[in-house]
Design a protein around this ligand. Structure first.
Ligand SMILES: Nc1ncnc2c1ncn2[C@@H]1O[C@H](COP(=O)(O)OP(=O)(O)O)[C@@H](O)[C@H]1O
Ligand SMILES: C=C(OP(=O)(O)O)C(=O)O
Ligand SMILES: [K+]
Ligand SMILES: [Mg+2]
Length: 573
C-alpha cells in the first residue's frame, strides 16, 4: 500500500516586508502613522499565485481546449482549491472557510476576482447598506466569476433587521465626536443638510424610551454618550468616550449596567423592508439568507416556509445571527431550526457585557457542531486592518482561537467591505487558518467531542453512524481523503461535523448544494453527475481527478455514499 508523501509549501507572499511591518507594529500608538506609511511603501502586493483555470490543463499534457471541453462538463471543482491541492497536497488544504462582506472597497469585478483567488468561499452583501441595484451588480458579478473562471463562491444576503440605528449623516462618510461635546439624537425627519452635531435615529420610540442618565453606545461602544436632557423628539447627549461615528451605526442604550430593551424588544425580527429584501434575494437566487437579531426559532421556521413556497426549485439556506440576549436564551431551538448560525459579535457585544462574548462564542460554536449546523464567527477579527496593513497580535490570537475551536467559517466585515487592505486581510485569515490547522494536526491535540444523535429517522441514523465510523477510521488509518457521494449534502455535513484529520471530497449532483457546502469545515465540494453504481462512480471520479493531477495512484481513500449507505476503503488504482 504505497501512500504518497505531500510536501507543505505555504501559499504566502515574500516574508521579509511582512516581518518588517510586524516589527513596526510593536511601535507605540503615535508611531502608527509612520508604520502605515512604511508598510504601504514596502509591502508590495504578493506575487499573485497563478491560480486561474488555465493552470488546470498544463500539468497533464492535455491541450487546454480539449481539456476544458471534456473535463469541465464532467466534474466541477473550485479552481482555487484545485490549485491549492496540487501545490500543497491533501493534508494542507484549508479546512476553515472564509466569508467576505462586500462593500465599496471590493464591489468591482477585479476586486471580487482577487478575493476569490485569495480564498473567499462566500461573498456577503449586507442589506443595511446600498441599493438593490448595487447588490444585484455584486451578486451577478460573483455568478459571472463562477461561470467564467471556475470558482464556486456562494452568495449570502444579510437582512437589516429592526435594530435601532443612526441615519446616514447627511451623506458624510463619518463624523468625529469629541470628549464632552453635546450631540442631539433625534427622531425628527430632517431636511438635508443636517444641523451641526445632530444625528437622526430610525426608531420612533427612541425619545420616549431613553431616560436622562442612560448610556448611549454607538456601534457596540466604539463611541459613548450620556443622556443629559430630553426635549420632545430630541435627546441631548454628552460624549463620554470620543470616536468616529459611521453612517447607520447601530445604537443601544444601557441603564444600571444592562442593555435597555423596552418597546424596541417588540420590533419585528423581519421588518417590511426585510421582506422586500428577502424577495429580492430569492429572485436573485442567493445561496444563504442570514437573519439579523433573531429572537426565537419561530421566525426561522416562518422564513423557511416562505422560501419553500416561493422558490420550489432553489434551496436557500437560512442562517440565524446570534446577536441578542433573546437569541442566547433560545439558543438551542434557534440552532435546531436554522441551516446555520453566525456568531455576530458586533451587536452581541453591545447587548451583553464584552467579557461574556468569548464564552458565548465558544458555547455557540460547540453547540452548532454538536447539532450538525455550520457556524460562522464574525466581526472585528482583523478590525485594525481596516486602516493598517498588518493585524495586531491580539487579532491574530482571536482568529487562531476561532480556528482552534473549529468553527466552520470566519468572516471579514469592514475589513473587506470598506477597508484599505481587503486582500491582505483575507491573506491573514488564510495563512493563520492553515498554520493553526496544521499545528493542531501535528500536535494531535485532538479534542474528542461528544456528538449527540441528530438523526430523525432510522435511515438517517444509519448515515450518521456510517459517517462517525468513517471519520474515526480515516483518522486511525491515516487515509488521504474521505470521498462522499451525496445528493442533498447531508452526509457531507455529518462527516464535516466529525472534523476528521483528512479533507473531505464531497461530490454532489447540484450546483446549489455544491455552493452551500462551501461554507462547511473541511469540505471540498465537487459537482458531478453520478449513478447508484458506486463501482462506476468511483472509477469515473478516480480517472477524472487523476487526469487533473488532484489524486494519484496509491492514495488511500474511504468512500461513502448516501444512496447505498455504503462505506469502502481503497487505494486509488
Ligand atoms: N453596500 C454598501 N455601500 C456602502 N457602504 C457599505 C456597503 N456595505 C458595507 N459598507 C460599509 O462597510 C462597513 C462594514 O460592513 P458590514 O460589516 O457589512 O456592515 P455593518 O458594520 O454596518 O454591520 C459598513 O459599516 C459600511 O460603512
Ligand atoms: C455580523 C454582525 O451583523 P451586522 O454586521 O449586520 O451588524 C454583527 O453584529 O456582528
Ligand atoms: K445586517
Ligand atoms: Mg449585527
Amino acid at each position: 500500500m504505497a501512500q504518497s508523501l505531500h510536501v507543505f509549501a505555504p501559499l504566502s507572499p515574500s516574508p521579509s516586508p511582512r516581518l518588517l511591518c510586524a516589527h513596526l507594529a510593536s511601535l507605540p500608538h503615535h508611531h502608527r502613522l509612520l508604520r502605515r506609511q512604511f508598510c504601504r511603501a514596502f509591502t508590495s502586493p504578493p506575487p499573485a499565485p497563478d491560480l486561474g483555470p488555465a493552470v488546470l490543463a498544463s500539468d497533464n499534457g492535455i491541450s487546454a481546449s480539449s481539456f476544458a471541453a471534456t473535463a469541465a462538463s464532467a466534474i466541477d471543482v473550485d479552481a482555487v482549491t484545485e490549485a491549492e491541492l496540487k501545490e500543497n497536497g491533501f493534508r494542507s488544504t484549508r479546512r476553515t472557510k472564509l466569508v467576505c462582506a462586500i462593500g465599496p472597497a471590493t464591489c468591482g469585478a477585479e476586486q471580487l476576482e482577487a478575493l476569490a483567488v485569495g480564498g473567499m468561499n462566500v461573498a456577503r452583501v449586507n442589506m443595511c447598506h446600498g441599493t438593490h441595484d448595487w447588490h444585484r451588480g455584486v451578486i451577478r458579478q460573483v455568478r459571472r466569476l463562477n461561470e467564467e473562471k471556475g470558482f464556486a463562491v456562494a452568495v449570502m444576503m444579510d437582512t437589516e433587521g429592526s435594530e435601532i440605528h443612526m441615519g446616514d449623516l447627511g451623506g458624510a462618510a463619518s463624523a468625529k465626536a469629541e470628549d464632552g461635546e453635546i450631540w442631539t439624537f433625534s427622531v425628527r425627519a430632517f431636511n438635508s443638510p443636517l444641523p451641526d452635531r445632530t444625528i437622526h435615529v430610525n426608531y420612533d420610540g427612541f425619545a420616549e424610551d431613553v431616560r436622562v442618565g442612560d448610556e448611549l453606545l454607538v456601534d457596540g461602544g466604539m463611541v459613548q454618550f450620556e443622556v443629559i436632557e430630553k426635549i420632545g423628539p430630541d435627546v441631548k447627549c454628552r460624549c463620554t468616550d470620543p470616536g468616529l461615528l459611521l453612517p447607520r451605526a447601530n445604537l443601544t442604550f444601557w441603564r444600571d449596567g444592562s442593555v435597555v430593551r423596552e418597546r424596541n424588544a417588540m420590533l419585528p425580527t423581519i421588518s417590511s423592508k426585510d421582506w422586500l429584501d428577502i424577495d429580492f434575494g430569492i429572485a436573485e437566487g442567493v445561496d444563504f439568507i442570514s437573519v439579523s437579531f433573531v429572537k426565537s426559532a419561530e421566525v426561522i421556521n416562518h422564513l423557511k416556509s416562505y422560501i419553500a413556497a416561493r422558490s420550489r426549485d432553489s434551496d436557500i439556506a437560512v442562517i440565524a445571527k446570534i446577536e441578542s440576549i433573546d437569541a442566547l436564551k433560545n439558543l438551542e431551538e434557534i440552532i435546531r431550526a436554522s441551516d446555520g448560525v453566525m456568531v455576530a459579535r458586533g451587536d452581541l457585544g453591545a447587548q451583553i457585557p464584552l467579557e461574556q462574548v468569548p464564552s458565548a462564542q465558544r458555547k455557540i460554536v460547540k453547540l452548532c457542531r454538536q447539532l450538525d449546523k455550520p457556524v460562522i464567527v464574525a466581526s472585528q477579527l482583523l478590525e485594525s486592518m481596516i486602516e493598517y496593513p498588518t493585524p495586531t497580535r491580539a487579532e491574530v490570537a482571536d482568529v487562531s482561537e476561532a480556528v482552534r475551536q473549529r468553527a466552520d467559517a470566519l468572516m471579514l466585515s469592514g475589513e473587506s467591505a470598506m477597508g484599505q487592505y481587503p486582500e491582505k486581510a483575507l491573506t491573514v485569515l488564510r495563512s493563520v487558518s492553515l498554520r493553526i490547522e496544521r499545528w493542531w494536526r501535528e500536535e494531535k491535540r485532538f479534542e474528542a467531542m461528544e456528538l449527540p444523535d441528530v438523526a430523525s429517522s432510522f435511515s438517517d441514523k444509519i448515515s450518521e453512524e456510517i459517517c462517525n465510523s468513517a471519520a474515526k477510521m480515516a483518522n486511525n488509518l491515516g487515509v488521504d481523503a474521505l470521498f462522499v457521494y451525496t445528493k442533498t449534502g447531508d452526509m457531507a455535513s455529518l462527516l464535516s461535523r466529525c472534523r476528521p484529520d483528512c479533507p473531505i471530497f464531497a461530490f454532489t449532483t447540484s450546483t446549489s448544494v455544491r455552493r452551500r457546502l462551501n461554507l462547511q469545515w473541511g469540505l471540498i465540494p465537487f459537482r458531478l453527475s453520478f449513478s447508484d453504481d458506486m463501482e462506476s462512480n468511483l472509477n469515473r471520479t478516480f480517472s477524472l481527478l487523476k487526469a487533473r493531477g488532484m489524486i494519484q495512484s496509491g492514495d488511500l481513500v474511504i468512500a461513502l455514499s448516501d444512496m447505498l449507505q455504503s462505506i469502502q476503503v481503497m487505494n486509488v488504482p
